[in-house]
Design a protein around this ligand. Sequence first.
Ligand code: AMP
Ligand code: MG
Length: 327
Amino acid sequence: MSIVAVTPQSIKKASEAIQQGKLVAIPTETVYGLACNALDENAVARVFEAKGRPAINPLIVHVSSVAHAQSLGYFNETANELIKHFWPGPLTVIVPKHEGSKLPDMCTAGLPTVAIRFPENEVARKIIQGAGVPVAAPSANKSGSISPTSPRHVYDSLGSAVDMILAGGSCKQGLESTVIDMTSDTPVILRYGVLTKQVIEEALEVEVVDGVNQQSTVTSPGQLLKHYAPTIPIRLNAVDVEEGEALLAFGGIKFMGIKSGGAAAELPEDQIRNLSETADLNEAARNLFSHMRDLDNPKFKGIAVMNIPSEGVGVAINDRLARAAAA
Ligand code: AMP
Ligand code: MG
């Protein structure tokens, strides 16, 4: 296993490693991906194994052009509009699998559909382009745990199960992509992300159906498995800190107290993280997973999380936190 800085040489090496069936952790604007050649069944099997990912949870296939995406799946008019607006970027679309695509069934968990994303991150794009193949890349962490937003997180979670880690700094957005089902003319949102339902609706001038918590519209098997969970309990909408709890703060903490006495601001440095002191939701999204990891220490009895407004990106942040709390 090697951890390498981003250089033109290491990007080329990463592309070649993918072509050779290896697993390469790559930076994207959302989270780090565990990338492999999506056409190589053995490599895809290794990704499932390294993550401990259930076989029923299909992988997102990453491409470096719209034409490449269209060779893998059928895009209807609305789907084409959608990707015209938001690709490259943190948007995954689910479309019927192209008859001519040679994607192994394992990659799509035997479904007649495929999830495709064209990432914006320049390193990711160059690696995919260099590999010249569709690149399957779920988050580079153990299944069910917190997604990685730095090379360190990848190493801590997967260690030597990865052949190479491209160290491209912290992820710009920090939450997994927004997933939209585009198998019909009506877009159905299956996973919230930085790209919000409202922004999509405004751009396309169509209604987007919210399928995230709708049992009836869950066509995304992985949706039900997702926990994003730390190893210690999470307590949401905390208005104070209990004895022995760590604090995941949002905004000002001047009025936040510790139940047994004292102010939250006086907690030891390792017991408190603030997602955004200025209550900036995008900053909070960027920090969420890394702060959760920092506080995920068995010496704390749990993590108290302050209220985060469910507006804009806050919807996706609260979705991840609710799943973490439910785990
Ligand atoms: P992850 O790779 O862990 O970020 O998760 C990918 C998400 O996309 C999961 O929720 C999957 O269930 C979903 N997904 C991937 N492929 C498909 C597909 N063909 N149909 C429906 N959902 C999919
Ligand atoms: Mg994941």
